[in-house]
Design a protein around this ligand. Sequence first.
Ligand SMILES: Nc1nc2c(ncn2[C@@H]2O[C@H](COP(=O)(O)OP(=O)(O)OP(=O)(O)O)[C@@H](O)[C@H]2O)c(=O)[nH]1
Ligand SMILES: [Mg+2]
Length: 372
Amino acid sequence: MALDRIYDPLRLSLATGAQLRHIAPMKAGIVGFSGSGKTTIFTALTGIAGQPGQRKDAVLGMIKVPDERIDFLVRINNPKKTTYAEICFVDIAGAALEQTESGLATHVVNEMRPVDAIVHVVRGFDNPALTRAPDPLRDMQNFESEMILTDLIQVENRLQRLIKEGNKGQERTLIESIKTHLEDNKPLRQKELSEQELGLLTGFKFLSLKPCIVLVSQPDDAVNAETDAKLVAEAQKNDLHVLSMAGRVEAEIAELDAEEQKEFLADLGLESSARNRFVKMAYRELGLISFLTQGPDDCHAWTIKRGTNARAAAGKIHSDIERGFIRAEVIGFEDFQKHGSEAACRDAGVFRVEGKDYEVKDGDVINFRFNV
Ligand SMILES: Nc1nc2c(ncn2[C@@H]2O[C@H](COP(=O)(O)OP(=O)(O)OP(=O)(O)O)[C@@H](O)[C@H]2O)c(=O)[nH]1
Ligand SMILES: [Mg+2]
């Protein structure tokens, strides 16, 4: 399926869980209980008006990741094409408020499976449509338990199947140890798993294994409020990262044009937009970095996980470059900025040739040499 049939970058569109799998940029699923303010946060992060209420399909919004390094490369190259890293936000249907003891509803799970990271919106504001008073800590813990329970049910089904087939191999041992972990109400992101074990588990797309940011949607008068310390402490116990914002205020600002946004943010004493604050935190907490490629045709930011080696990074651009990898020609961004061109960097001795195992650093300007 062609990507451009699924979504128009930077515009609103709809997709089913199955279509979501085909979207290449990092996908962040906005989830939470019904009426927690998810759609409002979707608007705050994307600037795109959301669709209120329950729907059949997930709503997508693409954003470009602001990157001053790309802005610099564009100024010196004036390229035909500029490509910022992108994040695709997915506004996912709300989860039922009551704890069901049977995990999350299937239509919610189907939309959550394909995402790379979870943005869990918890309600800190009074929603007149809901009878329960806001309680971010309660909602954070309940939704986490729902994700864990959903994984546990999946694991139990798999285990039964393996037992029936008489399987006594590696997968069964692993599934059994995962079951024990989940039964303790612990998320899989906290289980130590080897690369090989993670490989065996990719097909499951476990919810509690995905990195998760808890986003507390605060009332309108809490634009700059600190997140409750108890909530942060509890979140840390589960490797959850917390960010607070006044969702409705931020959504209104995000829909303004750039100049007006700046004024409003300054008036409110906010350093930058909700989107920028989110992206900065998400990259830091999810261990993401960008490397850059540049030239007269294209200046391009590529998002990878910290720790990725040169050869795997090349695969982000094209599988041929990964397969035929010869070497990576690397200049650190600060050196590039200081000297202004590849030639000047060579003269200054800051142009490096690295092999396939080189660990790519944030902001590396790279030219891959390959042969296929
Ligand atoms: N006071 C206040 N109200 C908000 C805030 N965010 C959302 N609301 C209101 O709460 C209601 C629900 O907000 P939505 O963003 O639609 O919540 P949702 O989680 O997407 O809801 P569902 O998709 O139905 O589960 C709406 O009436 C919003 O106007 C906020 O930050 N402050
Ligand atoms: Mg909604």
